[in-house]
Design a protein around this ligand. Structure first.
Ligand code: ADP
Length: 266
């Protein structure tokens, strides 16, 4: 089913989580990013269009200016993200320039999705970039996003983007293979749930405490994202982006993940 859905989807939003992008030293894992870039290039060669929603500004910033790491002040946190965003885009640029693909940066806030003029502008920019073969890379604009106006996590941002762009599929890359009945980080005997049709029912049946070191959303925001896109007929796949060639393996039925899909979806 997952393979079929990826095959028939033309417009794909791929969300890459901080934990996917970081290595054990808390830096951007450039080798993995390279691999993800190669996988995305494979999708593009299959005539698919890709929009990336990427976290990782904070870890990239931390790696660049480590003396700011323990600063709790909000302005320092935002400043760190401002520095890290450049590092992050640099890493993406290096990755995609090998394939002669340009990237475009979009930094968005919650307000941008609530204002019809702004959403229209975002839509038009996305369509133009993608039509011209550029890969848009979206992140929350941390400089202006104080707590009250924050989207807060890139799972939600990715879902809003998928709906806005009218995507065919949202792929969430995290550091787990999918949704389990319990947090796989704290429990040994866990069961992967490969297909989810009823998210309300699922929520009442699984345990989902905790999130990984750099993550901001945890599994709950992923379920909410699935709910948001499923409502508009868009399926969502939660998969382990830390595994090399995961998208290709999913395409070839060599790997498992979780598919959020309701009957009657496109
Ligand atoms: P990301 O940075 O990729 O967005 P998060 O840390 O926000 O990742 O969320 C993923 C984490 O959610 C996993 O690493 C896992 O530890 C945790 N988690 C909690 N409950 C569950 C569950 N039932 N199934 C899968 N993951 C879970």
């Amino acid at each position: 089913m997952i393979s079929e859905i990826i095959k028939k989807s033309r417009k794909i939003v791929i969300k890459i989580g901080s934990n996917t992008l970081s290595n054990d030293e808390g830096q951007i894992n450039k080798a993995l990013l390279q691999n993800i870039g190669t996988q995305i290039y494979e999708l593009i060669k299959m005539h698919k269009q890709v929009v990336i929603v990427s976290s990782g500004a904070r870890i990239a910033g931390t790696a660049a200016i480590d003396k700011w790491v323990r600063k709790e002040d909000m302005h320092y946190k935002q400043a760190l993200c401002a520095v890290g965003q450049v590092e992050l885009m640099n890493a993406y640029n290096n990755t995609f320039s090998e394939f002669n693909i340009h990237i475009g940066q979009l930094l968005l806030t919650r307000d941008d999705f609530n204002d019809p003029n702004r959403t229209l502008n975002i839509r038009n920019t996305l369509f133009t970039l993608v039509d011209e073969g550029v890969i848009p890379i979206i992140n929350e604009n941390d400089t202006v996003s104080v707590e009250e106006i924050k989207i807060g996590d890139n799972d939600t941002l990715a879902a809003l983007t998928a709906n806005l762009w009218d995507a065919d599929l949202l792929i969430m890359m995290s550091d787990i293979d999918g949704v389990y009945n319990k947090n796989p980080k704290n429990n040994k005997e866990v069961r992967l749930i490969e297909e989810i049709k009823d998210i309300d029912l699922l929520e009442s049946e699984i345990e989902m405490e905790g999130k990984s070191d750099f993550g901001t959303g945890g599994i709950l925001t992923k379920l909410e994202a699935a709910r948001k896109v499923n409502k508009y007929g868009i399926p969502m796949i939660l998969t382990n982006g830390k595994k090399r060639d995961i998208l290709i393996d999913l395409l070839n039925n060599k790997e498992v993940a979780t598919l959020f899909f309701r009957e009657g979806l496109r």
